[in-house]
Design a binder for this molecule. Structure first.
Ligand code: HGA
Length: 495
């Protein structure tokens, strides 16, 4: 899913929207567009290709306006093209959408039967048409959005404007992230805090099925039943610098060299001279982990591979059975859940749709509890889990994971130690492993220039090992050296 940025402000918003889209470019996309509402008129610009291509079209004929919505699209329904790019307009309504509407085909046929003419091949356009229809029946924009999303199946984050309601943007989410940015005399919507962080760090993370209504000087959130709900304003710790590339040739290179810091941050205040600190997984963490008799790890992609490594560690040191499964499979089978099994969801973003769906399904299946290992504190996975351990990797922009993966392994190493200790791992071995884990940031630092390294309790093998090896093939930014040799763990404990 790609990007949404929207604004209700006192100043012209198009430049802010374009800057927000640029901050989301790292997610990949095939087209971009924006629409601005001014003096009862909606002006729109869309282009296939890069944000800068859309920006040049805008700059050739700029338009003012304090209310607007913008989008980077990664096509799921209909080819990448200008006609399919968002925003989509139906009558007086313009809308941008991340996600997939699963019942769009039947909704589209019904709308066509009622005379609606579609101009794109997207699933998204049915939402614009339905909202326009609702407004035609006399509903305000917010109510029109509420009535529309109740009829949808699938996943969406949307931002909508209407010619009839200048100064207002309505957003809604289900299965795709959306948040409000609180500025001074202005409000924003974004699919990711990174889109807004240069404007504001005051963020309201919307929950599933929330509908947000923003104007310049107001912000309200409603449940699907139309009743107002309270949502907290958080101060995001994301810094604008965290997404700057600095001296590095590309983000992946920067992130490789951030690993010692990220791993150190993940260990900070979680392990000390006596070992793993109590309750690092949450208030009742220690007690709950004591009761665990087996673990079920669910994740996708890189996180799944972190889970595969952790299985070896946990089975060896804590002597607990671990199964690891790709999240997209989990909810389509009737898994047997032995008594006292802990469900572990690993996700960098905490918004991975299949992992979240599996987490929700797990609630029905009688687990002892759920633990989320995640990099985004305000994410859905963290909010919904009983226990949590945050990796502290910071934003990872490179598509091939580096520091997000190694910090997941660090978190899983802490979990292994905690479980092993509770199950009688002898003092000497426990202390030795704790000391090695604490030494890890230094060991990675020493492995610079970016050599593949062995983890203290065994080389990372298989695809995880290949990933570490690939990391080693990058050129050091200052010394211009490349290193392809596998470094052994300094204490000689690598297997
Ligand atoms: N399904 C919609 C939106 C895809 C998306 O999330 N893009 O960011 C489409 O294909 O246009």
């Amino acid at each position: 899913m790609c990007g949404i940025v929207a604004a209700a402000a006192q100043r012209d918003v198009a430049p802010l929207l374009i800057a927000g889209l640029k901050a989301l470019e790292y997610r990949g996309y095939d087209s971009a567009g924006l629409a601005v509402l001014e003096a009862g008129e909606i002006r729109r610009v869309r282009a296939k290709g890069k944000v800068r291509e859309m920006e040049s079209l805008y700059l050739a004929e700029p338009f003012p306006g304090g209310t607007g919505i913008a989008h980077t699209r990664w096509a799921t329904h209909g080819a990448p093209s200008e006609a399919n790019a968002h925003p989509h307009i139906a009558g007086r309504v313009a809308l941008v959408h991340n996600g997939i509407i699963e019942n769009y085909a039947s909704l589209r046929s019904e709308l066509q039967a009622r005379g609606h003419v579609f101009t794109s091949e997207t699933d998204t356009e049915v939402m614009a048409a339905l909202i326009e229809e609702q407004i035609g029946k006399g509903h305000g924009l917010r109510e029109a959005v509420l009535n529309t999303v109740r009829a949808l199946e699938g996943a969406y984050a949307i931002a909508v404007i209407s010619r009839d309601e200048p100064g207002r943007v309505v957003g809604a989410r289900r299965g795709a992230p959306l948040l409000i940015g609180v500025g001074i005399g202005e409000h924003f919507l974004g699919s990711d805090a990174q889109a807004l962080i240069k404007i504001t760090n005051k963020i309201v993370y919307l929950d599933e099925d929330d509908v947000a209504d923003i104007t310049r000087d107001s912000m309200q959130v409603f449940g699907l039943d139309g009743q107002p709900v309270d949502r907290t304003v958080h101060e995001s710790e994301l810094s604008a610098d965290a997404v700057e590339r600095g001296e590095y040739r590309h983000y992946m290179q920067k992130e490789i060299f951030e690993q010692p810091r990220a791993v150190a941050d993940t260990l900070e205040a979680r392990i000390g001279p006596q070992g793993v600190l109590p309750n690092i997984f949450g208030v009742d963490g220690e007690a709950l982990l004591k009761r665990v008799r087996g673990l079920h790890i669910i994740a996708c992609g890189t996180s799944y591979h972190a889970g595969l490594v952790a299985k070896y560690w946990i089975e060896e040191y804590a002597r607990l059975p671990v199964s690891v499964e790709v999240a997209s499979e989990y909810r389509y089978r009737e898994a047997v859940v032995p008594d006292d099994t802990l469900f572990i969801a690993i996700s960098q973003s905490g918004e991975t749709a299949d992992t979240l769906a599996a987490m929700r399904e797990s609630r029905r299946r009688g687990y002892l509890g759920t633990l989320a290992i995640c990099n985004v504190p305000e994410s859905s996975a963290v909010r919904e889990a009983d226990l949590k351990l945050m990796t502290r990797a910071g934003p990872e922009i490179g598509v091939a994971s580096t520091k997000a993966f190694t910090t997941q392994l660090t978190a899983l190493a802490l979990l292994t130690l905690q479980l092993a200790r509770q199950r009688g791992l002898d003092d000497a071995r426990y202390s030795d492993l704790c000391a090695q884990l604490q030494h890890l940031p230094r060991a990675i630092e020493n492995a610079s220039p970016a050599c593949a390294f062995s983890w203290p309790w065994g080389a990372v093998s298989g695809s995880a090992g290949r990933l570490a090896q690939a990391q080693g093939n990058f050129i050091h930014p200052r010394r211009s050296l490349s290193c392809r040799r596998a470094e052994t763990w300094p204490t000689g404990l690598g297997r």
